[in-house]
Design a protein around this ligand. Structure first.
Ligand SMILES: [Zn+2]
Ligand SMILES: [Zn+2]
Length: 426
């Protein structure tokens, strides 16, 4: 009997826990004391014991498309934090800024970042403002993907692009965009008559890269300014966005410079490049030491220099990007930053999200949905104009094997499914 008692006690307790946990999950009442008072976590969070049948408390992650932005809130999502060699984990530079007033801005749009933007489940109509800090491929290499992707996703307005001039015309943003359009001449011609092409228009706003703290955008309570950046060649700039008493600063690429220090002081979120540490460039990227030191500290900002920059401007949150952020690089990068800066810092990786209000900065990871489809347009899809169609030569037309009966059946079945009466082309 003595041996049985503890056993019965355990079963009884287990049943009680099950029952109470179960009923608690449904009623939302607090759990009985004997289940253990909630466990206080470092940082003030509380973990409640979970019901065996109700959903567990969600991890603190961001599921794109599921959260309203408060009217005074800014949400920044890292859509590219890596290097010119884009990789599955990190596309090249791109940050999406969403404001509680409904405005959305893209800062840099490096190689591979367009798919991250699409993972945010935002209709392309809203992704129509791109600010390019400089014309390295890892900072604007996916402009074409957003531009033409937007056309196919029915963006019914021009894509608006802001970017710096260069020391000569051929090195400026207007030249780059004009020739991007030239490069896609076949793409454009091929779509004429098949899709509406209004979204193919580009509105390019090139501004003087040398002007300090110049306003390049002022709409709907949002001001965006530029300051010169020092990187590789004349032309690069950094951006400062002010809205609703919040300041967002994005360096794009730059060597530490006086304009940044002067104009981004006290920013709420300050994103500055923090390049791969020189020793990692040698050990992991197999670069010669001299190249690693030159590129890592002179063309770019190394982690230790990044720390100095942030110590000077004291942001509410410093964000370091532009390095392969891995298990074997992150500790070293942080150690180098900590030699010169002891404030709040995020070591960015793709899909990191910051929600910024005057009271709080909340840092989380977004959970992407790889099966995402482009969201339907907010406006009715405009029809294509068949008169625009360029069409095939007789030579290519003469090569068609039409499978007429099969295609007629496709038309018939789809017409039946959707109640339409679209004739099979002759
Ligand atoms: Zn660059
Ligand atoms: Zn870069």
């Amino acid at each position: 009997m003595k041996k049985l008692l503890p056993c019965i006690a355990v079963i009884t307790l287990g049943a009680a826990i099950y029952y109470l946990g179960h009923s608690d999950g449904r009623s939302g009442n607090s759990l009985p004391l004997f289940l253990g008072t909630a466990i206080a976590q470092e940082g003030g969070g509380v973990v409640k014991p979970q019901s065996p049948v109700e959903p567990v408390e969600p991890r603190d992650v961001y599921h794109p498309g599921t959260e309203a932005l408060a009217p005074d809130e800014m949400r920044i999502t890292a859509c590219g934090t890596g290097m010119p060699n884009a990789r599955p984990k990190q596309a090249a530079a791109c940050f999406l800024v969403e404001l509680g007033n409904g405005d959305k801005f893209i800062f840099d749009i490096g190689t591979g970042s367009a798919e991250r933007l699409s993972a945010m489940k935002i209709p392309y109509d809203y992704l129509d403002k791109v600010f390019i800090g400089h014309l390295h491929a890892d900072h604007f290499g996916d402009l074409d993907a957003l531009w033409i992707g937007g056309v196919l996703a029915n963006r019914q307005r021009p894509l608006r692009v802001w970017g710096p001039s260069g020391s000569e015309d051929r090195l400026g943003t207007a030249h780059a965009c004009k020739h991007m359009q030239e490069m896609f001449a076949w793409d454009y011609a091929s779509r004429q008559g098949n899709v509406n092409t209004v979204g193919f228009k580009l509105e390019v706003n090139e501004f003087d890269y040398k002007k300090v703290n110049q306003v390049i955008y002022e709409e709907n309570g949002v001001t965006i300014r530029t300051i010169p950046a020092i990187h590789a060649l004349d032309g690069p700039v950094s951006f400062i966005l002010d809205w609703n008493g919040l300041k967002f600063a994005f360096s794009s690429d730059t060597f530490p410079n006086k304009w940044w220090v002067e104009h981004t002081e006290g920013a709420d979120l300050a994103i500055h490049e923090c390049f791969i540490a020189p020793a990692d460039l040698v050990n992991l990227q197999r670069w010669p030491v001299a190249d690693a030191l030159n590129v890592g500290t002179q063309v770019h900002t190394s982690p230790a220099q990044f720390g100095k920059v942030m110590s000077d401007i004291q942001p509410r949150m410093a964000v370091a990007y532009h390095f392969f952020n891995d298990f074997n690089t992150q500790p070293g990068v942080l150690e180098l930053i900590r030699k010169t800066y002891d404030g709040p810092v995020s070591l960015a990786v793709d899909y990191m999200v910051w929600n910024v209000t005057k009271d709080e900065i909340r840092t989380r990871m977004a959970v992407g949905d790889e099966d995402v489809w482009p969201l339907p347009s907010i406006t009715e899809k405009l029809p294509a104009d068949p008169n625009d169609r360029v069409g095939f030569s007789d030579f290519v037309n003469g090569g068609k094997v039409p499978y007429t009966e099969t295609v007629e059946k496709v038309y018939q079945s789809v017409n039946e499914e959707f109640g339409t009466n679209i004739p099979t082309p002759k």
